[in-house]
Every structure is written in C-alpha cells, then in structure tokens.
Design a protein around this ligand. Structure first.
Ligand code: NAG
Ligand code: NAG
Length: 295
C-alpha cells in the first residue's frame, strides 16, 4: 500500500510538471480559406494526454463543416516533438481517448480534404498512430524520428499501430517496427513508406508549403473523388478493427510487468524530462534491466 501511494503521488507530480505547459493543445490557423494549419502546441513534450484528446476532435468538426478547406497541414510548435506518445501516467477518460477516437480518426480520413503530417521532431506511440491516420506524412530528414515503442514497455500499440500501420507498409515491416520497438530515422521511414518522404530540414517548410498551396489550388471535386476512391480501394481499418488493438493495449497495460516498467521510466524522467523522452528507446534497457521481462 505504501508503495502504491508513493507511486500515485509521483505520478501526480510528474503529470503536473508535464501538463502545466498547456491548456489548449491545438491551434488552428487559416493560411488561406482553402489551406489550414493545425499546430500541436504543448511544449516541450507534446505528450498525447487529456489536453490532446479534448482538442483533437473539434478541428475535425470545423474541417467537415467548412466548404472552402481542401488541405490541412498538422505541424508542431515544439522543437523536439511532433506528437509524442500517449500519457501513461494520468487517467484519460476512455470515452474521450478511445470511444471517440476511432470514429473521429476514421471520419477525418474520409473527409474530402487532404491531411498532411509535417513532422520535424519525434513522433512516438500514439502520436505516430495519429500521423499514420493522416493522409500524407512528410518528415524532416535530419529531425524526424518515428517510433512504436509500446512492446518495449510491455504493451502493444492501441491506436492503429496493429491495424493501420501494416496496411501502409506491409506485414513484415510493421512486425519489425512494432516488435523491434526502436526509433526509426526519417530516411529509413521514408524508404519503408511510413513517411512519404524525408525532406532536408532547410527546405522542409517551403516543400510542405508549396505542396499544400498546390493542393489548395485544385478543384475540390477532384480532390474529393480521388480520396474517396483511393480509400475504397485500399481500405481503412473499421471501428471494430481499431478497437481490437486498443483492447490488447489495455489488457497488457494492466500486467505487472508493464506497470513496473512504467514506474521505472517515471523515476527516470518519463513525461517530465526532455532528454529522457528523446532517448527513451536507448534508455529502455538501462532503466528496466536486461530482461527477460516475461516474468
Ligand atoms: C468525435 O468526438 C466527439 C467528442 O468526444 C464525440 O462526441 C463524437 O461522438 C465523436 N465522433 C465519432 C464519429 O466518433
Ligand atoms: C485494467 O484494470 C482496471 C483497474 O483494475 C480495470 O478497471 C480494467 O477493467 C482493466 N482493463 C482490462 C482491459 O483488463
């Protein structure tokens, strides 16, 4: 009981430090009526926690309701992170994080608007799954890093890594990424098709901006028809498929082995220390021991 109380206290403190940096997670800017930017702004860590889930669905309503918008670029104001992993230290109400998640991500994927992830930092876990749910992903060659680190912590990806990612990059590469649980740089990720391209950082902004302005200039019907038919031909996970991945995440998260690893990571700086978050895949062995962990 003593250690449980201590753990909850540490958890509350850790969360307060990380959460104090933002009330609102997403700022939406209309660059032009047809070209919008949605900027993740919860620096320094952009953890995918309560503030993210409170903010992510409203822009989808705005995009759906607007007849002018044709392209939305999702970027980040935090220098080191695009969208980071799910908040494992603080309860996020399941009706917000999960019941609303699949329906809204699927709805966004089926809107007649092109969505673009412009990734100039790390995107990990749940953040990488949000990126995978968007239509097009560009990464800075020098700065973008993508990762599904869940298995290294004793869980599995719950927001699309098991169902959406294999459709994007194929079974073998999804297995390597999910079970290897390691960081992947932009060039390899682009080679695999996880990212559409790895763009030198010095040209990144102008590349993304030029792409978005081109799309914003096309006829809306053409964009809508192309996206609809590509979606029909390639498939997007159904709500039931998404839920299977989440159930596996939740079941595994309850296991002692996962709780112990999260506790070890928390002591080391999980969700509070920028350097820890940047090096998490390297530090996993140091802070959780060499294993075997299936005990
Ligand atoms: C989107 O999220 C909102 C807010 O949580 C929720 O009320 C709505 O039902 C969700 N939409 C879908 C299609 O799941
Ligand atoms: C995980 O544990 C919590 C608390 O004991 C429980 O409410 C929840 O149903 C469990 N979830 C799963 C998927 O086992």
């Amino acid at each position: 009981m003593q250690s449980l109380t201590l753990t909850s206290t540490l958890s509350a403190l850790a969360y307060a430090a990380a959460a104090s940096t933002c009330d609102h997670f997403i700022t939406t800017t209309k660059v032009t009526p047809s070209y919008w930017r949605a900027t993740f702004s919860c620096p320094p860590l952009n953890i995918q926690g309560l503030a993210f889930f409170q903010d992510y669905y409203a822009p989808i309503d705005q995009i759906e309701a607007d007849s002018d918008v044709k392209v939305v670029v999702f970027d980040s104001s935090a220098p080191d992170f695009w969208l980071n992993h799910f908040d494992v230290l603080k309860y996020v109400p399941p009706e917000l994080a999960w019941d609303s998640y699949w329906g809204n991500v699927t709805r966004l994927a089926n809107l007649p608007v092109l969505t673009v992830a412009a990734i100039r930092g790390i995107t990990s876990g749940g953040g990488a799954e949000i990126a995978a749910g968007l239509d097009v992903r560009f990464g800075s060659k020098e700065r973008a890093v993508v990762a599904q680190p869940e298995v290294s912590i004793g869980v599995v990806p719950g927001g699309g890594g098991l169902d959406l990612l294999p459709r994007l990059i194929g079974r073998a590469r999804a297995l390597e990424i999910v079970i290897g649980s390691d960081d992947m740089g932009a060039e390899t990720a682009a080679h695999y098709g996880w990212l559409n391209g790895a763009i030198p950082d010095a040209q990144f902004e102008s590349f993304v901006d030029t792409f978005a302005r081109h799309v914003a200039g096309w006829d809306h019907e053409g964009i809508a028809a192309a996206k609809k038919i590509i979606n029909e031909q390639t498939g997007f996970p159904t709500v039931a498929e998404w839920k299977g991945g989440f159930t596996a995440f939740a079941t595994n998260f309850n296991r002692t082995v996962a709780q112990n690893r999260v506790a070890a990571f928390k002591k080391a700086g999980l969700q509070t220390d920028v350097e820890f978050e940047k090096d998490m895949s390297e530090l996993v062995l140091e802070y959780t021991g060499p294993g075997p962990w299936d005990v």
